[in-house]
Ligand binder design. Sequence first.
Ligand SMILES: Cc1ncc(COP(=O)(O)O)c(C=O)c1O
Length: 321
Amino acid sequence: MTDRVVYFNGEYVAESAARVSIFDSALMFGDMAFEMTRTFGQQPFGLLAHLDRLYGSLRLLEIDCGLTIEEMEAKTLETLARNQPTEAEDVDWQIMHNVSRGPLPLYATVFDGATEPTVSINCWPLITHMGGFLANYRDGLRLAICAQQAIPAHLMDPKAKTRSRMHYQMAVLQGARLGAGIWPVMLDPDGFLAEGPGWNIFLVKDGVVFSPEPRNCLLGVSRGNVLTLAERLEIPVRQANLGRYEALQADEIFCTSTTYCICHAVEFEGQTVGDGGPGPVFQRLQAAWKEQVGVDFVAQAEDYAQRLAAWREAELAVGVS
Ligand SMILES: Cc1ncc(COP(=O)(O)O)c(C=O)c1O
């Protein structure tokens, strides 16, 4: 058993004991909102932005999780504090919030007659995510459009971050069929770039950063950070309808997500992006990001990649004791 603990419905329990019921609405409908925040230098980055989005998702799903946003923040910080001593001091963390409506009332008798929302907060060392990501920073991403489309906002608004994600999983499966290591880009039903199954996409043309108009994609916290950093660096940004054509003319393409922050693409639909390396706008944004958070996350990925095998071994050894 690992030493990590999880905030689970008002208590702190061992990670292996944090279990969602087979009767939970999360399992029945994918009826769960979630968030993924990371730390830099062991401090959560953009926690309030993530919690704001979580509570926005919960409002859309009509779930009252029973905690105010301030209480959720306090529980989050406590969960992190309880887990930090289980790793070396230079290890950063993923913080995951999962909130479902709880078990379906039909099965209430299994739960002493009352069903409550299922609320969990867990922390996971970023050694695995970042260590495993190193090759992408180094080699750049290869993107291709997949058959699966983004679900448009008039059907189910993607601005809510929910566990109802089969369409993202289909995109991942299709990406793998398009070629080993291909990252799938979903178009919206009008044929415009929407997002990837876990990340936002940006194009750069003639020094201007372009982001898909935020209608049919998640408003990524990292996407928001690109807009902030670009403004600070006086790099012009436009939010627009962008298609396959625009992506093929782009000087640079990059992707953003909470764990790895920002990573450049070297290929789109089998064609080389720019000169096939990290472009100048991307490099300025990445440097500003590292400075902003006080962590060189690429160097961190290199460090974690070296420690990953030993970390896994230690984790497994604890697991059997
Ligand atoms: C569908 C989707 N788009 C974009 C993102 C990037 O969002 P963020 O930058 O907040 O991590 C995510 C993150 O999980 C996602 O699931």
